[in-house]
Design a protein around this ligand. Structure first.
Ligand SMILES: Nc1ncnc2c1ncn2[C@@H]1O[C@H](COP(=O)(O)OP(=O)(O)OP(=O)(O)O)[C@@H](O)[C@H]1O
Length: 588
């Protein structure tokens, strides 16, 4: 007797195992489906084998052709711009697109209270990057606009703060929208990453039909313009930062703040002017040429030194605002920052900017590079005097032990002015103890100018007092609203409808002149009154003992009552002295 062993998957269906394997390859799941159909519905797929094979081959061919055509289309008939999350353009584009009318109509969007989502953890509606919409909105009781009490105003602000403005950006996937009568496609893609520290990484692809990508550049330029216009004249601050442990460091925009007028920084006017003139001279185009003609690296460094709270950071910030420069902050104390990252941060700096390294003496870079070191001491005139010393132990009390992590002195020196160091930037270092710094860090080329900030002398005390009590543009009137009335007058008389044609000097013009004169007189009277009070205040405060920050802090307690500030000054001096003494005793 002849037995032939058959299996359902081969002979019963008339298929060899190689045929099944081929079908399985063309139609994944074929074997499973055919068995189910045979068992439950008694449909034998092998009867339709020819048709099935033709269909499968056709399907595979179609898939291949469609991939090829899509690839061809993408490569030759479509232009695409890629936008990466770690670049500022991502913010520009998200800001721009969230304000486009089609974002109101789309049914697939990401809703959020931040415009960018990830780039900056502090870039939300609560910080300075988004101007407060309620700023200057309060109408005092009795004002012509219809006043409200502070409590009413505050209740309004608080209830508005509960609702952060919502922003809508396109969700993951493809979106078609129209720009200048042309269809554009935006694809938002989440990046797959194996790094467990990276929570989100994504890219945008902006495409248009045709090989001419100028429309994409137009969109991106417009996005940048919208973003930059929003900043106005505010000073943009970046900080060196990394997204996740082990990742690379980048400059992240952290806020945009109203510029600080240089006049509000109390410092010897000559020093202030010298600092500003020096920066301006450095930024002048002829200086760059001058440097390059002589082969001198085009770099400038400043050291601002003095006790805490004497205005070092304020001066740097005011200079950035005045010159419209971006400010880059970097904390050298971070153990996670290594020399490679420091180098790449410096090389990523734009050509014109201020990079501020605060408190360099605390950054663990105080150890010397070699055997011959120098001891830096601050002279009475504020200059940092450098004295060469052969023995390393001579500065032992200021030298920290080698750090396992972070930046070494030679690492810092290399990025500041090594062969690969960037050019064009303004480096500002601040220090509370310049005498602790290695002479190598202070030598010309690295520090070209040093400015000493000291405790407040008589002129500084008077200036601080005056700056608190003088009425400035934008201040609300403190009493009876006389300033506001004057402003109203200016507004009304400026209106063209109030000045009849052909009349040289209308009654309203005369009124305006009269009001301006009165305003000037009352301003002069106020100024001289404040000058007298400032002299009284300066006579009570011991000279060269308190920092500007301390004096300012005290005056802020009496910001509407200068007389009270003078009366309480002596008591305040005593209490601060006692606090300092007890702090010193504790630290000994
Ligand atoms: N010379 C000054 N003129 C005007 N304001 C000052 C001055 N010094 C300090 N202040 C005020 O004190 C505060 C602290 O000032 P700032 O941060 O500039 O001091 P700093 O010298 O940089 O201090 P630190 O060494 O601690 O960084 C600020 O609010 C600033 O307005």
């Amino acid at each position: 007797m002849n037995f032939t062993h058959t299996t359902p998957s081969s002979t019963s269906m008339g298929l060899s195992s190689s045929d099944s394997a081929m079908l399985e390859m063309l139609v994944p799941g074929y074997t499973f489906i055919s068995r189910i159909l045979l068992s439950y519905l008694h449909i034998d797929l092998t009867l339709y084998l020819q048709q099935l094979v033709v269909l499968a081959v056709l399907g595979a061919a179609l898939r291949y052709v469609s991939i090829y055509i899509t690839g061809f289309f993408k490569e030759y008939l479509v232009s695409t711009a890629e936008i990466r999350l770690d670049d500022e353009i991502f913010n520009y584009f998200m800001y721009w697109i969230s304000r486009q009318p089609h974002m109101k109509r789309t049914n697939r969007f990401v809703a959020g209270v931040k415009s960018n989502g990830y780039l900056s953890d502090s870039d939300d509606s609560d910080n300075d990057d988004n101007p407060d919409p309620t700023e200057g909105e309060w109408n005092e009781p009795g004002s012509t606009e219809g006043g409200e009490s502070f409590d009413e105003y505050w209740a309004k602000v608080i209830s508005r703060d509960k609702y952060k403005p919502l922003r809508f950006t396109p969700s993951q996937g493809r979106h078609i929208f129209w720009y200048k009568n042309r269809p554009l496609m935006l694809e938002r893609q989440k990046e797959h990453t194996t790094n467990r520290y990276v929570l989100i990484n994504e890219r945008l692809y902006l495409s248009c039909l045709g090989r001419d990508a100028s429309i994409l550049r137009d969109v991106l330029n417009e996005a940048q313009q919208a973003y930059v216009e929003r900043d106005g004249n505010r000073t943009i601050i970046y900080r060196g930062h990394r997204y996740y442990s082990g990742g690379s460091w980048n400059w992240t925009r952290c806020m945009a703040r109203s510029p600080r007028p240089l006049s509000t920084v109390v410092l010897d006017p000559e020093q202030k002017q010298a600092f500003l003139d020096d920066i301006k001279e450095y930024l002048h185009p002829r200086t760059r040429r001058w440097y390059s003609n002589r082969g001198i690296p085009y770099r400038r460094g400043y050291l601002l030194h003095g006790p805490p709270g004497t205005g070092k950071t304020s001066l740097c910030f005011a200079a950035a605002g005045l010159l419209g420069l971006k400010l880059y902050l970097l904390n050298l104390n971070s153990k996670a920052l290594d020399e490679d990252n420091l180098g790449s941060l410096f090389s990523d700096l734009p050509h014109r900017c201020i990079i501020l390294l605060e408190d360099v003496d605390t950054a663990g870079i105080t150890q010397s590079r070699g055997k011959t070191v120098a001891k830096a001491t601050t002279e009475a005139n504020g200059e940092v005097e450098i004295e060469e010393i052969d023995d390393v132990t001579a500065v032992d009390e200021v030298a920290k032990p080698d750090k396992a992590d972070g930046i070494s002195l030679s690492g810092l020196l290399n990025v500041i002015d090594g062969v690969a160091a960037s050019e064009g930037r303004i480096l500002v270092m601040t220090s509370n103890h310049p005498e602790k710094l290695d002479a190598a860090l202070l030598r010309p080329g690295r520090v070209d100018m040093s400015i000493a900030f000291g405790y407040a002398g008589e002129a500084a005390i008077k200036e601080l007092f005056t700056s608190i009590y003088i009425t400035m543009e934008g201040d609300s009137p403190r009493k009876n609203g006389s300033r506001r009335q004057n402003t109203e007058l200016v507004k009304n008389t400026n209106g063209s409808a109030l000045i009849p044609n052909g009349v040289k000097k209308s009654p309203s013009q005369e009124l305006l002149e009269q009001a301006e004169k009165e305003q000037q007189e009352s301003f002069d009277a106020l100024r001289s009154q404040i000058a007298v009070l400032a002299t009284q205040f300066a006579s009570v405060i011991p000279l060269n003992e308190f920092t500007a920050a301390e004096i300012q802090g005290y005056l802020l307690h009496h910001k509407n009552t200068p007389e009270k500030a003078i009366q309480g000054a002596e008591k305040w001096v005593q209490s601060v002295r006692e606090k300092k003494k007890s702090r010193e005793e504790k630290s000994v």
